[in-house]
Design a protein around this ligand. Structure first.
Ligand code: MRU
Length: 363
């Protein structure tokens, strides 16, 4: 998407043809920094410490991590080692394992001399495929937005609430939840987005709001607890969120707080949609609550908040007593029964085993 007058993806091959360049998302919206990842350790740090984040982008970064590993040492041992090193970085987003398995499946049968080139080629393909998946998600989601827009009076906007960042920054380009929003805006449909700030890492305030501002999408930042109130007052027409892992029966794991939005949406008759590419579906898991590992991150993310000081410096401040411990579960699971529909690249599926099987019979 556009940053100023330039088009950026979130990850691309460095000019040296070996390393990859990424947007270091820790500094947004205050600073736009690009960093180069040259080693597997760099890639692991970038995923673990959230320089890159968002399930699809984590997967693509890991695919390039495998390619970097293969250029250094294409042996079976190195292939197995990079799988484990990168798999341990973040436990919840299934796209990470999907990408590592996909790379291993392709590379393992090849002669070692061919592995590095094949790995770079497949990583680039996975990145391109992500862009195409998001475009398709966008067009199916656009149909839903058009239907709501058709019921509006002249001058009224379609009000969409989103949680976390499932935008272009969380993918290679376009985003999942944001793709329909960008397409609707391009088509001239009047859309307004309520952006949940998404404590503790504030992906909404820092990333989604930055995206919306950069693309001229009317938006309002709200605290995480505002959603229910807005829905009670009829100010939200639909919710669209992303997901880090959706089970074979349609349970949706996403950023902490998503479940509360789904409850409020159900209580107020507001449609609750989840946008996802098929690599985010974990066909091996049936019960999201029991089987999806929920990442526990440092309590410091809750107690310490980043922001820009009036001096212009980007600083961190403590908001709780020094001795207070904080818990930080990073994701929650929204049961399928609370989900109105899953917006996939093949269309909108009912959030159920039958719904998903109907669209992906080969899985
Ligand atoms: O912890 P993060 O920032 O990686 O979590 C990201 C989310 O929860 C997104 O909503 C999800 O990955 C979908 S991204 C298209």
């Amino acid at each position: 998407m556009r940053v100023g007058d330039k088009h950026f993806r979130t990850i691309w091959l460095n000019d040296d043809g070996r390393a990859v360049d990424i947007i270091d998302q820790r500094w947004l919206p205050h600073e736009f920094r690009i960093v180069t990842l040259s080693t597997v350790e760099d890639v692991a740090t970038a995923i673990r410490d959230m320089w890159v984040r968002g399930a699809p982008l984590i997967g693509v970064t890991a695919a390039y991590g495998v390619a970097i590993a293969m250029r250094a040492d294409p042996s079976d041992e190195a292939l197995e080692a990079v799988w484990h090193t990168l798999h341990e970085t973040r436990p919840t987003a299934i796209n990470l394992r999907w990408a590592l398995d996909e790379m291993t499946r392709l590379l393992k049968p090849l002669p070692v001399a061919e592995r590095a080139d094949a790995a770079y080629a497949r990583a680039a393909e996975i990145a391109d495929e992500d862009v195409e998946l998001n475009r398709s998600i966008g067009s199916h989601g656009l149909t839903l937005i058009r239907q709501i827009a058709a019921s509006k009076k002249p001058g009224e906007s379609v009000n969409i609430l989103t949680h976390c960042n499932a935008g272009w920054l969380a993918t290679v380009d376009y985003g999942t939840a944001t793709a329909p929003i960008y397409m609707a805006t391009e088509e001239g449909i009047s859309v307004h987005v309520y952006v949940d700030e998404t404590r503790p890492r504030n992906q909404g305030a820092q990333l989604t709001a930055w995206e919306m501002a950069g693309h001229g999408v009317p938006h309002t930042l709200v605290v995480d607890n505002a959603g229910g109130h807005l829905m009670q007052r009829g100010q939200v027409d639909m919710v669209i969120v992303g997901t880090d892992r959706t089970t074979a029966n349609g349970d949706v794991c996403n950023k902490i707080g998503t479940y509360l939005k789904a409850l409020a949406a159900r209580d107020n008759g507001v449609p609750f949609y989840v946008a996802l590419p098929s690599p985010t579906i974990d066909w091996t898991v049936k019960d999201g609550l029991a089987e999806i590992p929920i990442e526990e991150r440092s309590g410091d993310e809750v107690s310490l908040v980043w922001g820009r000081a009036p001096s212009g410096e980007v600083v961190q401040v403590r908001i709780s007593p020094d001795e207070t411990e904080a818990a930080n579960p990073a994701f929650d699971v929204t049961p399928a029964r609370l989900v109105t529909g899953l917006i996939t690249e093949r269309g909108v599926a009912e959030a159920s085993a039958e719904g998903l099987k109907g669209l992906f019979p080969e899985s």
